[in-house]
Ligand binder design. Sequence first.
Ligand code: 13P
Ligand code: SF4
Length: 352
Amino acid sequence: PDGDCDARIRDAKARLGKRLVILGHHYQRDEVYRHADFTGDSLKLSRLAASSDADYIVFCGVHFMAEVADILSRPEQVSILPDLSAGCSMADMANYTAVQRAWKELGALFDPDSRVTPITYINSSADLKAFCGNHGGLVCTSSNAARVLEWAYKQREKVLFFPDQHLGRNTAYRMGIPLEDMAEWDFNQPRGGLSREQIEKAKILLWKGFCSVHQMFKPQHIDAFRKNHPEGKVISHPECSFEVCQKSDYVGSTEFIIRTIEQSAPGSRWLVGTELNLVNRLAEQGRAQNKIVEFMSPTVCMCSTMFRIDPQHLLWTLENLVAGRVVNQIKVAPAEAEAARLALKRMLDVSP
Ligand code: 13P
Ligand code: SF4
C-alpha cells in the first residue's frame, strides 16, 4: 500500500541523513514531489546539485538532469535516477551524429567555429553539451536563454540552437530578432533543407525539435479563455509554440510560473500552459486564496517520462543505498564530462 511505501521512504531518508539529497523537478507527481529535499526548475536544480555536499544525489526528474548533476558534482559523489527509462523525448530529437553532420555541412560553406555559436538547451544528452564546450558554445535553460543568447552574439554572429526550436524562436524574437532572420534546421534533410542564402541570412538556426507535451497547448485555448474571462491572465512555458507564447501575458520557466502565480493577488484567475502535475498542484494551493488556476489544454497531457519516477522506484533506490548498494547510477565518461562542464560553467557564469 502507498502509506507503507511513504513510511519506508521516510525511514530510509532518516537512515541516510545528510549523506542523501533528493532533488525533485516541478513536473514530478505529488507522491514523489513531497519527498524531495529541494524542488526547482532545471537551472535551480543544477545549481543545487553543484553545491550539494551529499554523497548521493537522487534525482527525481529525467535522464539529462541526473547527467548534469553528475557533471557538476564532485567525482566521489553519486548521481542516481530512480528509473532509467525516464528520458526526455525532446532531448532525443538531437544526437551527436546529427549535430556533428550539421556542423560539417556548415563547414562546407564557411568556418562555423568563427561564425556560429552552438547552444544546446539543457534538455539534451551530455555529449551534445560536450560538443558545445568544444566549439566555443554553451548550455541554456528556459530561465536564462536570453542571457545565453546575448553572450553568444557577443562572440559570433550566428547561433545554432538545439534541440528545441520553440525556446530558441520565442527567446530570439523577444530579444528583437525578427522571424525572417531565423531558419529552421530540418535535421532529416541534407544541410537542414536550407539554401546557402537562407543560411547566410539567418541569425539563428533552429533545430526542428519540440516537446510534444507543450505542443498540446493551442492559441484557440487562450482565445476561448479570454472570451470567458477577460480579467484572467495567461502564463506559458517557452517550449510552447510561438503563437501560444505571443498570446500569453507571461512566458517563463516552471519556477517562474510558480512564483508568478504564488505572488499574484488573491482571487485572480490563471490559464497555465505547462505540465499537468505542476498545474494541478498550483490549483490545489491556490484554493486557499480563492485563486483559480486552469490547465490550458482540454486534453489531459502529462510528461509521461517524468511520471515514470514513482514512489516504488524511489523507495527501491533508497533502500538499496541503506543496504550499501548503489543502483541506477548515472555516470558521464570523464573526457565528455569535462567538455560538458565547460559549456555548463559558461552558462552558469552568465546566468542571473
Ligand atoms: P524548466 O527548466 O522550466 O523546469 O523546464 C524543464 C522542462 O523539461 C520543461 O519541459
Ligand atoms: Fe522533455 Fe517535454 Fe517532458 Fe520537459 S515536458 S522533460 S521537454 S518531454
